[in-house]
Write a protein that binds this ligand. Structure first.
Ligand code: SAH
Ligand code: DHB
Ligand code: MG
Length: 208
């Protein structure tokens, strides 16, 4: 599928190769999911993107490819090693001037963005799943009206349906989805995907 749809290019392929060579976990979004991020950003005409969970910047580059020419991405990453690798990959792909990587726990960086009165028209949540309920609350604080909200890993082979799961990542996603149910400011759906990263999916929403 990836070949048929001409997904991937030199910058993206190099990012994946560098991530594996540096020993980063292979939990980047899949190429087809990444292309969906590119298309969604372009459909939105995104100018200010917030990403929570950079890893090696594969998804960041996908988002940058859909960004408007003068657009900016702020991406938050806890692990300095991941951020260093992402910085290399983003520069190689040609997006160094459009991307700011903030290193540290996202729950420390998000209040600073809020204090600075930064707002975003596209928010991608893809970090530590137990904190997703906090991330959606911050997303609401930082979203401009009509902002697009995307969150990764909301299906986990169907395990998110298991209320008794002892996996804190699954419980984080479950609480996150319950918040979406209660939160009238977000209109959302789930895009369930099967591919090289198994059976998983995105939440896709709009913040009113
Ligand atoms: N979006 C990336 C994949 C992100 S993997 C892509 O598709 O290419 C999840 C990332 O979140 C990891 O790099 C991990 O180090 C980071 N992370 C985990 N806990 C975090 C936290 N509290 N704050 C910020 N980043 C965190
Ligand atoms: C895992 C997968 C992800 O896509 C992610 O963002 C975080 C963790 C995992 O399989 O553990
Ligand atoms: Mg993910």
């Amino acid at each position: 599928m990836t070949e048929r749809l001409r997904i991937g290019d030199e910058g993206l392929d190099a990012a994946l190769a560098n991530n594996r060579q540096k020993g980063l976990p292979a939990i980047d979004v899949s190429p087809t999911q990444g292309k969906l991020l590119t298309l969604l950003a372009r459909m939105k005409g995104a100018k200010r993107v917030l990403e929570i969970g950079t890893l090696g910047g594969y998804s960041t580059i996908c988002l940058a490819q859909g960004l408007s020419d003068t657009g900016k991405i702020v991406t938050l990453e806890y692990e300095p090693k991941h951020a260093t690798c992402a910085k290399e990959n983003i520069a190689f792909a040609g997006y160094a001037d459009q991307v700011d990587i903030i290193v540290g726990p996202a729950l420390e960086s998000l209040p600073i963005l809020h204090q600075q009165q930064q707002t975003f028209d596209f928010i991608f949540i893809d970090a530590d799943k137990p904190n997703n309920p906090h991330y959606v609350k911050w997303a609401l604080q930082l979203a401009s009206p009509g902002a697009v909200l995307v969150a990764d890993n909301v299906i986990r082979d169907g395990e998110v349906l298991n209320a008794h799961s002892t996996d804190p990542r699954v419980q984080g996603i479950r609480t996150f989805v319950e918040l979406l149910e209660q939160e009238e400011r977000i209109e959302a759906t789930a895009i369930q995907t099967v591919g090289e990263k198994g059976y998983d999916g995105f939440i896709l929403g709009i913040v009113r």
